[in-house]
Design a protein around this ligand. Sequence first.
Ligand code: NAD
Length: 257
Amino acid sequence: MRLDGKVALITGGASGIGRETALLFAKEGARVLVVDRDEKNGRAVVGEIESAGGTARFAPADVSRAADCESMVAAAESAFGKLDVLFNNAGIMDSADDDAVKTEEEVWDRTMAINLKGVFFGCKYGIPALRRAGGGVILNTASFVAVLGAATPQLAYTASKGGVLALTRELAVVHARESIRVNALCPGPLRTEMLMKFLDTEEKKQRRLVHVPMGRFGEAREMAQAALYLASDESSYVTGASFLVDGGITSAYVTPL
Ligand code: NAD
């Protein structure tokens, strides 16, 4: 198994990418701490893992709160004795996030607090735990919009994900010599609740798909497979990467019809 003996903490583990990653990591031998502010669905994921014979626990946390991030890391160490893999994945896409003129300050602040400050807090409290384990892996979920501008604006979201990429690169450089690898996972547009709620008409969906060479939305499971590679020792020489898993969207100038 590819994560045998590892302990992984996954934020946003109750749904979408986080949920699929928790299930896959557990199947590959990791003991998993599922973290989310959605306790009901988070506990359901733990139930699924346990029914399949894996080991998992749930810890409630709002990643925009420092104290919650400190306790989620403590929960991983107290449940499983260490932390090897920290997956800062929780994020939001606010439906009122728009262009510079229309986006309210409150939407900007909330988006930054969860999507960017949440990653900082995860690292602030997670890095000492990774050091105690003798090294480890940090994975931060960014997005393809961190490297491409979209004509359907979500300014706060886009800026927050750009911040995640910059932060990832610097963390990777700073911690490279203490055996801590830090990479950003950049998903393309996915067929998850988050994006489908935003692209809520067929016209909006098709407008986005026009840009994807593969002509389809990605699946959360496909992100979990990439996260598995980045979390495992198979990626032992990969750090500071903006790992794009995007159906080719960032390579396309004109896509085939
Ligand atoms: P999702 O909505 O299915 O899952 C996000 C999870 O994060 C939910 O369980 C939610 O409860 C949790 N969460 C939200 N705010 C939180 C907080 N403050 N504290 C703790 N948990 C919180 O969405 P997803 O598509 O799985 O998104 C996961 C990550 O992938 C996000 O960072 C998102 O920005 C990113 N992403 C998604 C897409 C896409 O198309 N869906 C594309 C690129 C990047």
